[in-house]
Design a protein around this ligand. Structure first.
Ligand SMILES: [Mg+2]
Length: 379
């Protein structure tokens, strides 16, 4: 089998996910066998699409798509001026997902079987709360509605609006109380029935992060995610040493080289790669295997598009060291409709093993009828 055409697809209007419009890039790799592999990245489809067509398509055309590791290495070398990150690595991520989709379709297997098979019968999840219920205004109702559907873990970011007011440079006692309130209310109502991860989006300075972590300790959240920006890991060491709570890092770390130092330093207890950013399914699997050698569990970042959702479920089905996978019920219940089929939803709070062959999902026919769809290709 040979790759005969490299195609990019984007929607000029974007898709509304996590409560705002985001623009996606889809990549389709066509082959002489008639099979088409699907991949995805975001959020700058213009830049990522240019890398695909200008820099990476010439490497792919005419090649055997089953040689995933060699193709990855050749693509990474071709854009090595960019280091580990940027639109270059996101473009490679999308192509890598499409290569795995093709490998699955060619063999008639779901991707998780090609990764080494299932490590569990169902996949545990937590819900990231971009929800119709607001976690600041109605934390108890939100937690209750999740528990009713069988979901026993959730993620909230109640300190973000405070950080945006103070630049992350200070937090008053009243603001601390406000930030703690949703978790306090959930604990008071449901005890430890609901696990709660706290997300900070890298908005805080070190002294405030230390202060907030200490205040959160009695409430035992599942983890503290990205309290600081990701560019100075010795600062993370200081934060990690200042709290008994586990830190989670991070969708903003790119490739195995980006995760290496975090693991060596012991700065995080949970490892969170994003398949669409960190280098694809191949790279997320390698990062996860590396995490195993440091006795660290993995919680894949899955707060993006519909292909990421499917790819993340295949990875999560396979990983022996999976902690839990992120999902967003508003995405699979609502916003992925008419974009992908099937949308892949949980049953009694856990995800079934994803279907195949390959990703087991395809772009919906409705996407191809949208007036804002733009397609470009090189063959
Ligand atoms: Mg995050």
């Amino acid at each position: 089998m040979r790759i005969t055409k490299v195609e990019i697809l984007k929607l000029s209007k974007g898709i509304t996910v996590h409560a705002g419009p985001i623009k996606w890039l889809w990549v389709r790799l066509h082959t002489d066998a008639g099979l088409i592999g699907l991949g995805e990245t975001y959020p700058s489809p213009g830049a990522e699409g240019s890398v695909v067509l200008d820099s990476l398509a010439p490497i792919l055309l005419g090649r055997d798509p089953s040689e995933i590791d060699k193709l990855w290495a050749d693509m990474f070398l071709a854009v090595s001026y960019a280091g580990w990150a940027g639109a270059e690595l996101r473009a490679i991520s999308a192509i890598d997902i499409a290569l795995w989709d093709l490998a699955g379709k060619a063999s008639g297997q779901p991707i998780y079987k090609l990764l080494g098979g299932a490590s569990r019968k169902t996949i545990p999840t937590y819900n990231t709360c971009y929800d119709h219920l607001d976690f600041m205004k109605e934390p108890v109702r939100l937690a209750e509605s999740l528990l009713e559907s069988g979901i026993r873990a959730m993620k909230i970011w109640p300190f973000d609006s405070i950080a945006r007011q103070t630049g992350g440079n200070f937090i008053s006692p009243a603001q601390m109380k406000e930030g703690l309130q949703p978790l306090r209310a959930i604990r008071e109502r449901f005890g430890d029935q609901m696990d709660v991860a706290m997300e900070f989006h890298g908005l805080w300075t070190l002294p405030c992060a230390i202060q907030i972590a200490q205040e959160l300790e009695p409430f035992k959240p599942m983890w503290l995610e990205e309290m600081l920006p990701q560019d100075n890991l010795p600062a993370y060491d200081r934060l990690a040493r200042s709290t008994r709570l586990p830190l989670c890092l991070s969708e903003r770390l790119m490739s195995r080289w980006g995760f290496r130092e975090v693991m060596e330093r012991g700065a995080a207890q949970f490892i969170m790669p994003d398949i669409c950013w960190t280098g694809g399914i191949s790279e997320a699997k390698k990062v996860s295997t590396m995490a195993e050698t440091y006795y660290l569990p993995v919680a894949p970042h899955n707060c993006g598009g519909p292909v990421l959702h499917a790819a993340s479920l295949h990875l999560a089905a396979n990983l022996p060291n999976l902690k839990i996978i992120e999902t967003v019920r508003r995405h699979y219940d609502d916003e992925y409709l008419n974009i992908i089929s099937p949308t892949l939803s949980p049953v009694n709070g856990e995800f079934p093993l994803p279907p195949g062959p390959g990703l087991g999902v395809e772009l919906d026919n409705a996407v191809f009828k949208r007036p804002d769809l733009m397609i470009q290709s090189i063959s």
